[in-house]
Write a protein that binds this ligand. Structure first.
Ligand code: ASP
Length: 355
């Protein structure tokens, strides 16, 4: 009898231990699941980097920039708050900036040397590592939408020029007359740069791309990176490129890994700056790769690339990025960068100049 009782007690103890293990396993799973569906999300945008100084900015222009940045980020934030995808938030946010003449993208695109407007854009989905991009399009009102179509509806990643526009027509994307992109301000910038270039050539001096006047003709791109409630990351970038560009020059904005990168394992990044250097430094992918292979934080990676690697090559500019946990970086090595960030609570930060 005593033996039977002892056996029963042993069985009881073993059984309850097993159950306890099950419970703790389940609660671990639950915690992981909870983390995955944790409604922490966030969004960060830029409207270009460059010699943006308070002393050169009128109060009304500063107000206009801040209002547009707020409007754009609120569109994306609302999508995320309502459970929309990071990609939808990114493209719809960029649409607001593309439709504004304030930024060098869509409506406000800068002029080429031939007095045309050639637009570049790209998107990347961090969940699938799928990407789409267009370069040198001249009839597309919202190039970011075409980049998304390239990703979703074509077997390719990057389409350019006339072919990209034929694809747009097939996709039912309406083409606009190039005159849509005319803005007096951008046209005058081109004329000033051409005059400057001519004066330098007349004096037999080589046109210098480090001349601050010519150098700053590059900046003003828009970009967005977002984390949605399902833990998915996405990034996108759209630009008119650099004023006075020639020979169908293409910058970093449509180059996956340079202008745009997103990976759910690390972060989502959009770049703005001197595109040639951003391509050579593979800025957006480099930040993600440092996080993935070296285990550094987003901010450490962004500082390394923007404050060391790019300037050591001779380039300048900045990035905005958000990581898989919602941490944000808005790093730049220029005097200013139009930027904004909104977290899950709706706290909004807008900046223009350096700290
Ligand atoms: N990165 C863009 C380009 O080189 C310009 C910019 O960001 O403003 O085309």
């Amino acid at each position: 009898m005593k033996q039977i009782l002892t056996l029963l007690i042993v069985f009881f103890v073993l059984f309850s231990c097993k159950n306890e293990n099950n419970t703790s396993e389940n609660s671990d799973k639950l915690t992981q699941k909870e983390q995955k569906t944790d409604p922490s999300f966030g969004i960060v945008i830029h409207g270009g980097a460059g010699t943006i100084l308070k002393k050169n900015m009128s109060d009304s222009l500063e107000k206009a920039y801040k209002a547009k940045l707020k409007k754009a980020i609120t569109v994306g934030h609302t999508i995320l708050k309502n459970g929309g995808t990071a990609m939808e938030a990114v493209t719809k946010t960029i649409n607001v900036m593309e439709n504004s003449p304030l930024f060098n993208a869509g409506k406000g695109a800068v002029f080429t040397h031939e007095e045309t407007n050639e637009l570049d854009a790209s998107v990347m989905d961090g969940a699938t590592l799928n990407a789409g991009a267009v370069a040198g399009v001249t009839h597309i009102k919202n190039p970011i939408d075409l980049a998304l179509s390239v990703m979703n509806n074509s077997p390719h990643v990057l389409l350019s020029g006339k072919g990209a526009e034929r694809f747009a027509e097939e996709q039912g994307i309406k083409l606009v007359d190039p005159s849509y992109f005319y803005t007096e301000k951008r046209f005058q910038s081109l004329q000033r740069i051409k005059d400057r270039e001519k004066a330098e050539l007349d004096h037999d001096s080589k046109v210098s791309f480090t001349d601050p006047f010519i150098k700053d003709s590059k900046f003003g791109t828009v970009g967005c990176a977002a984390l949605d409630k399902n833990g998915n990351l996405a990034a996108g970038t759209s630009t008119g490129g650099m004023t006075n560009k020639r020979w169908n020059r293409i910058g970093d904005a449509p180059i996956i890994g340079a202008g745009t990168y997103a990976n759910n394992a690390t972060c989502a990044v959009s770049s703005t700056g001197w595109g040639e250097y951003f391509i050579r430094a593979m800025v957006a992918h480099d930040i993600s790769a440092m996080m993935e292979y070296k285990g550094v934080t987003l901010q450490e990676a962004a500082e390394e690339v923007i404050q060391k690697k790019v300037p050591e090559l001779g380039g300048d500019g900045g990035i905005i990025a958000i990581d898989k946990d919602g941490n944000v970086s808005m790093e730049f090595n220029t005097a200013g960068m139009y930027r904004a960030h909104m977290n899950a609570n709706g706290d909004l930060k807008i900046g223009i100049y350096g700290e």
